[in-house]
Design a protein around this ligand. Sequence first.
Ligand code: GLC
Ligand code: CA
Length: 581
Amino acid sequence: MSTTATMANSSESERMADPNWWRQAAVYQIYPRSFSDSNGDGIGDIKGITAKVPYLKSLGIDAVWLSPFYPSALADGGYDVDDYRNVDPKLGTLEDFDEMVAALHAAGIKLIADIVPNHSSDRHEWFREALASPKGSAARDRYIFRDGKGENGELPPSDWDSVFGGPVWERITEPDGAPGQWYMHIFAKEQPDFNWDNPEVRQDFLKTLRFWSDRGVDGFRIDVAHGMAKDLSEPLPLKADLEAKAGADGFIDGSHPFWDRDEVHEVYAEWRKLFNEYNPPRTAVAEAWVHETRRARYASPEGLGQAFNFDLLQADFEAPKFKKIIMDNLLAAKETGASSTWVFSNHDVVRHATRYGLPKGNATAAQGTNAAQDVTATEPKGQDGKAWLLAGGPAEELDVELGLRRARAASLLMFALPGSAYLYQGEELGLQEVAEIREFERQDPAFFRNKGVEIGRDGCRVPLPWSVEGTSLGFGDGPAHLPQPHWFSKYAVEAQDGIEGSTLELYRTALRLRRELQADEELEWVETGNPEILHFRRPGGWQSVTNFGDTAVDLPAGTVLVSSAILEEGKLPANTTAWLR
Ligand code: GLC
Ligand code: CA
């Protein structure tokens, strides 16, 4: 691409050409419909992202992960894709996309695109063809169609539940008007699952990966990477038997009929060959909610190369838990040759500034749909947190200040860890989850299919506040597609820009220092004798100390480079992280 040539700084162009750029990258997730709206229609768009490239550069991130931007009816926030090789006209055009990539690259920022291979949308031309074609046809074979049970096929092929609630099977009307076969959808009924045994499906995804790689996309985030491979041979097991086994051993043998089967890695081996044809090779990160012992294969160099670990995201803010998670994941990464990933917030979970402000045990509050698809989950998670959200607003037990303070400490700790840090738009502003969304404004299918049980994920998807005033606080000129609460304005970029101690400036400082200080992926623990303190060293004398306890503690010797809260008479206060050298 010509953009590398125009890059002023040669160390920056070296970084862009480095095949290992991803190993310790800070990756910023953009949920495009809620980031920045360039034309005032209330929906964030591609041109809006391009206009904010200077902001992204000033934040100091290495890459953007862009959630789906493809044509979609938004039955599941864009994770229902109509056409994998195009841009949603509501978001822009392919030309706009190319311009965005060029602007990002010129700013030294890579782009990771979200790929959704488990299912298409029900408006995809292949699915429409399948509906219009007879039973047993080649068109139906690209998806998973089955005859129903019962005398007239009126019962679903199995009693399995979908992730968003309700059955995994939906009955269709045949072209002649008669009630007909059933198709499988692990998620919403608008998201029919592909048949990955079908070579045409495999070929088509190779074509898609090539299409975006050729357009300058540097890497891919693979949605539901533990889906796709399926064994649906009869008799299909009963839901109760699946649940019992999930509770007993978490399916560590890979025998679940549709989650985390070994055959899925054949697909990734093929993708890896394609990725390695590019220079630098295209990267990939798996979204795989699997047993920790099975994560490594997704992250292997012959596979996708990296996999999310959601362990910190699911943990309470407690030192021993954090330490164990960090040690386990660094070890696992070393064994496979991958680098570790860390994440506290994304578009599927309650923002961490809110989780940490709820009573402990609520760390996974409203974990929502993904807890449900976590095959290792043995009990419902975060019920209290869900109740808090269902109650329609921050109740007494939400301590906003404490939540933010801990979130800042946790994020600063994360930025000191070896591996890639994934952050979610708005966390750099310290945004809280939005609970006060009225029913008619909600969009998430999880809310509608699971009424009264799950509040859904709209609360972390409310458009960003850029300015303190204006129709949608600088998000665009029109009202935002999901309304912003009044209190959003005090979190606006404008309110924090250049303000010492603001969350935005904390993130900027930390990300700048991280880039300067980060060397080998080594971490050495320092024993403190206090179980509430996590202290570790990185090569070059860089140290991070986090106080998870309630009282201030002495800092080790060294110069303080940055801290997530103001020090108290030279001491490290409660719920605070500091870096020293
Ligand atoms: C992933 C996405 C989530 C989506 C689901 C179905 O878990 O992160 O947002 O609903 O896949 O595509
Ligand atoms: Ca728009």
